[in-house]
Design a protein around this ligand. Structure first.
Ligand code: ATP
Ligand code: MG
Length: 132
């Protein structure tokens, strides 16, 4: 059984990654979709304030898109710093492959790769498929 972890943040890039992961899914492949809710701002007491709902909605959207194509996947919703959590999840599940997009929801389009894909590429414990 090989494990493919696809990182989905609701962006166009992540949608392409999901599509590529769906094509890799077949017997003997266990697909996991991970969406990470990131703390975006500090509250008055300095504690991170995380917007509610988005990650949950994105995750539901991802599994629905896969289900439409007859692909079953485990949905993993986590909170924290996206790259760190994706790497942790890959490690914990013994993933054989991480699939992600080049860019995500971030506004800056100056670089080919976003910070999450860059960090995952640098530190991944397994192969990484960066979908263009
Ligand atoms: N919060 C997240 N949860 C799950 N996957 C994510 C998350 N953020 C990014 N990814 C994955 O990483 C890919 C690249 O996104 P990344 O965040 O690196 O680019 P960006 O948003 O354009 O840039 P930056 O976040 O550095 O401003 C996405 O297509 C998606 O596959
Ligand atoms: Mg991003």
């Amino acid at each position: 059984m090989s494990t493919v972890l696809v990182a989905y943040d609701g962006s166009e890039g992540a949608r392409r990654a999901l599509d590529a992961a769906a094509k890799l899914a077949r017997d003997g492949v266990c697909l996991r979709v991970v969406t990470v809710a990131e703390p975006v701002q500090a509250g008055r007491d300095g504690a991170p304030v995380t917007p509610d709902g988005d990650a949950e909605r994105e995750l539901a959207e991802a599994t629905a898109m896969l289900a439409e194509r007859g692909v079953e996947a485990a949905a993993v919703g986590r909170r924290g710093e996206a790259a760190t959590i994706i790497l942790e999840e890959a490690e914990a599940e013994g993933a054989d492959l991480i699939v992600l997009g080049t860019r995500g929801l971030g506004a800056g389009k100056r670089w080919l790769l976003g910070s999450v894909s860059t960090k995952v590429l640098h530190h991944a414990p397994c192969n990484v498929l960066v979908v263009r």
